[in-house]
Ligand binder design. Structure first.
Ligand code: SF4
Length: 402
């Protein structure tokens, strides 16, 4: 890109650029790649937004940056801190939409749970975000902006020394289906992995999907990080009800995609998430279906394909519109024992941050309610009965596939 062409552009958000994109943009200013690396480190490693303070950049470059670029951070609407150390931010992303980001500290790690969309089109029965409908995809800058804000805010709050990291792991498990926002997701993942950025290993970055088979294949080729799959049922009839995406992406195809993904995955297993719903999917018989599915046996399986995996059982966080109940603890433990007896590594997710709110998506849902988005959504659903969520999913998938 020529210098005079750049002069006519409005300020770009440098958070939208992974290192290759930033190098290409800097080349348009007549700068070499190592300058882009310096700039990238200032932004992501030091959390600096003020180009004037980037002391090892030439004055002429700093002036160009002031003229043409900005580091457009997310605007926090609230920051809530739990007694157990969990921190939850609510960010305003405009148009009456808000997204949530959660930091979960543990003894040996600090995990950030990041959102990929404002709302979600998949519409899982047990998910508060799914009940709010879909507003829009987040940009790359809005995805990485959650990590940028959290990392540098936590470093300040915790008084960490230069070079010390607050966040050691990232899970793309917040609001939205990340693989429906593929074009924005992949550059953000690359920034997380980049040694000039956050330097996280591929094992410490997890994408969680409700099961978009074709996009799992693409992620395997483009940026194979750890993979988690929202399973929630091991037969197609029940999964059709709980995860509507299953009507398009059947379990056998999903198991094939998981098996194929493991050829490139940084870990030698897939994590299957299983939300425990009282009287719906939590019997011993359901547990045995899971065992059959991942062993490559039974009617829903990909015949003969065993999937090395870990099962993460998630206690359901009830919310008023769901009509569902959390499985009793004793039932969750009994379900876990059936899986463990068959040799499956099974964990029960600890609930964290109960005192700052309940289910993921609830805070953002309150913001949306205040802006009457729910009313608009209801009107749209009435105008486009039944097929609307599925159509939105298909549309988003096509958009991502382009
Ligand atoms: S569980 Fe995930 S994919 Fe399903 S509706 Fe919620 S945010 Fe979307």
């Amino acid at each position: 890109m020529r210098r005079d062409a750049i002069a006519h552009m409005s300020a770009v958000n440098l958070l939208d650029f992974d290192l290759d994109a930033l190098a290409a943009w800097c080349a348009g200013l007549g700068e070499k790649r190592f300058r882009a690396q310096q700039l990238f480190r200032w932004i992501h490693q030091k959390g600096e937004r003020d180009f004037g303070r980037m002391s090892d950049l030439a004055r002429t470059l700093r002036e160009q940056l002031v003229q043409h670029a900005e580091v457009r951070a997310l605007q926090p609407m609230s920051e809530r801190r739990s007694a157990d150390g969990t921190v939850k931010w609510l960010f305003d992303v405009g148009g009456g939409n808000a997204i949530e980001t959660v930091f979960i500290p543990e003894d040996d790690r600090g995990t950030l749970c990041i959102s990929s969309q404002a709302g979600c089109a998949v519409g899982c029965r047990f998910c508060s975000t799914g009940h709010q409908g879909f507003s829009r995809n987040l940009t790359t800058g809005e995805i990485i902006g959650q990590l940028w804000h959290a990392e540098h805010a936590l470093r300040r709050q915790l008084g960490l020394a230069a070079g010390e990291r607050a966040i050691t792991n990232v899970v793309m498990m917040g609001m939205g289906e990340p693989l429906q926002n593929y074009a924005a997701l992949v550059p953000a993942l690359r920034m997380m992995l980049d040694d000039h950025g956050y330097g996280l290993s591929r094992r410490r970055v997890t994408v969680s999907t409700s099961g978009m088979v074709s996009m799992i294949e693409r992620l395997r080729d483009d940026c194979p990080v750890a993979l988690a799959v929202s399973l929630h049922a091991a037969n197609d009839a029940l999964r059709d009800e709980l995860v509507p995406l299953n009507r398009k992406h059947r379990l056998a195809d999903l198991m094939r995609a998981c098996h194929h993904y493991l050829e490139r995955a940084p870990r030698d297993f897939i994590t299957f998430e299983y939300c425990m719903l009282d009287g719906v999917n939590d019997s011993d018989a359901h547990a045995r279906e899971v065992i059959e599915l991942v062993a490559g046996r039974g009617p829903a399986a990909a015949p003969g394909l065993r999937i090395p995996c870990k099962i993460n059982l998630i206690p359901f966080n009830p919310f008023p519109q769901s009509g569902l109940r959390r499985s009793p603890d004793a039932r969750v433990q009994a379900f876990a024992r059936v899986l463990q007896a068959a040799g499956l590594v099974t964990t029960v997710r600890k609930t964290r941050g109960d005192d700052i709110d309940a289910a993921c998506g609830q805070l953002a849902g309150e913001v949306r309610d205040r802006t009457q988005v729910r009313v608009r959504l209801q009107r749209r659903r009435e105008a486009e009965p039944l097929a609307a969520p599925v159509a939105a999913v298909a549309q988003a998938a096509q958009g991502a596939a382009r």
